[in-house]
Ligand binder design. Structure first.
Ligand SMILES: *[C@@H]1O[C@H](CO)[C@@H](O)[C@H](O)[C@H]1NC(C)=O
Ligand SMILES: *[C@@H]1O[C@H](CO)[C@@H](O)[C@H](O)[C@H]1NC(C)=O
Length: 211
């Protein structure tokens, strides 16, 4: 189905002026000729006075100032003007969205960066060496969070699980410095950690919040 915006109907109406009840004398097409010329079309072939409109395909049939060619020109003109308008409107919406996206994006990255920095700042005083030796675990997690936010194909739940696992391994080693802990032992410990919830509900809460 062809779609013509309402501007086209204005042209139709202009090209088919209402007839008085006498009806015998054909009305002048001066206004339509002027409008048609103003749209940049040649006036040759444009009626001086109304003609019968059976040939019209889009405008209402009846007495009219439009020929088939005029009707087609009006329709095309109307369509191209409408499309240009839509394009223009689309451009400003796109600009608005781009600006908002940019500001959200830098806000969010800023938050992520700030939380990372706050953590780095706070940990050394609380955990001292324990932290500095194991900073990589946190760095890795934030690296993953940044990638995830940028749309990399990262499974956030897995990244968080991985973080807690690495953290648990490190803490376990640190808390049992008198033992030499082999990897198989660590693996086994990690496997059974879930039921003991060494970090209580924190991993679950964090996962819910992050995702
Ligand atoms: C109006 O547009 C149609 C389709 O784009 C085209 O085929 C036709 O030639 C145009 N008519 C005029 C009179 O420019
Ligand atoms: C946040 O940190 C990342 C990586 O460290 C950096 O590329 C980005 O520019 C920072 N963004 C802001 C808003 O500080």
């Amino acid at each position: 189905m062809r779609f013509f915006p309402w501007g086209f109907w204005l042209l139709c109406v202009a090209s088919a002026p209402a007839r008085g009840d006498s009806g015998s004398k054909a009305r002048s097409c001066a206004e339509v000729r002027q409008l048609y010329g103003a749209k940049g079309f040649s006036l040759s072939g444009v009626p001086q006075a109304e003609i019968s409109g059976e040939h019209l395909q889009i405008c209402p049939q009846g007495y009219t100032c439009s020929t088939s060619e005029m009707e087609e020109n009006f329709a095309n003109k109307s369509r191209s003007e409408f499309e240009a308008m839509m394009k223009e409107a689309g451009r400003s919406v796109r600009t608005t969205l781009t600006v908002q996206h940019k500001s959200f994006d830098s806000y969010f990255q800023d938050l992520l960066n700030k939380s990372e920095k706050a953590l780095y700042d706070a940990f050394p005083s609380i955990y001292g060496e324990l932290y500095t030796q194991n900073m990589k675990v946190l760095k890795d997690l934030y690296g993953e969070l940044h990638c995830y936010y940028r749309g990399s194909n990262i499974n956030l739940e897995e990244a968080l699980d991985e973080f807690w696992t690495r953290l648990l391994e490190r803490l376990f080693k640190l808390m049992n410095p008198q033992y030499h802990i082999i990897d198989e032992y660590l693996d086994c410990m990690v496997k059974h950690a879930e039921q003991h919830k060494p970090f209580r509900e924190v991993p679950r809460d964090l996962k819910v919040k992050a995702t």
